[in-house]
Design a protein around this ligand. Structure first.
Ligand SMILES: [Fe+2]
Ligand SMILES: [Fe+2]
Length: 188
């Protein structure tokens, strides 16, 4: 069971905002150093926000009996796989390639990157719970209504935590990384 105390609520420390004040979010789109690779990375974040919301809402529909169990199982299989698989790949790449690139360009933000790396570890724990509950849901959905209901309640719980965690993590990550990229002309 995931320990809710691990959920980081507070934003990154103020000293991590020195470049964000110079390159605020509203100014990114018009900046010549805001290239396609960075736009694609933000697009992946939008997909994660949307997928985690869909997985949570679908579980809600099942629990309220507003969706046929077989339809729900199919949606969970596809959306759940897409969310979990893509998030694992995305975080692995950030930890091993993206964050080291940002750190090499500007080591002043290493403390922020450490916090973001830790978010990935916490997220992995919740994704583990989500995966487990999703697999058990798919096992039970045709044979045991009550057991399936209990597992979907766990899917709902975990998806809700993933959504909350991502809401904090993605904004902080974007507002740390994009100003470094623009300032040092990276990824273009
Ligand atoms: Fe991340
Ligand atoms: Fe990310």
């Amino acid at each position: 069971m995931f320990d809710q105390g691990l959920l980081r609520q507070e934003p990154l420390p103020d000293e991590m905002r020195i470049l964000l004040d110079k390159y605020p979010r509203e100014a990114w789109a018009a900046h010549p150093n805001f290239k396609q690779a960075t736009q694609n990375w933000l697009g992946a974040h939008r997909m994660f926000r949307s997928l985690s919301k869909t997985v949570r809402r679908d579980a809600e529909k099942y629990l309220d009996k507003r969706i046929d169990p077989q339809d729900y199982a199919e949606r969970l299989l596809h959306r759940g796989n897409a969310l979990i698989g893509n998030l694992h790949g995305h975080h692995g790449w950030e930890d091993y390639a993206y964050f080291p690139e940002l750190s090499a360009a500007d080591p002043r933000f290493d403390a922020g990157l450490k916090i973001l790396e830790n978010d990935h570890k916490v997220l992995d724990e919740v994704l583990h719970d989500l995966t487990d509950a999703a697999i058990r849901t798919l096992d039970f959905i045709q044979s045991d209504d009550q057991a399936a209901h209990e597992e979907v309640a766990r899917v709902y719980e975990s998806a809700q935590i993933v959504e909350k965690l991502l809401a904090r993590h993605l904004v902080d990550e974007e507002e740390l990384a994009v100003p470094i990229i623009i300032h040092h002309k990276l990824r273009g």
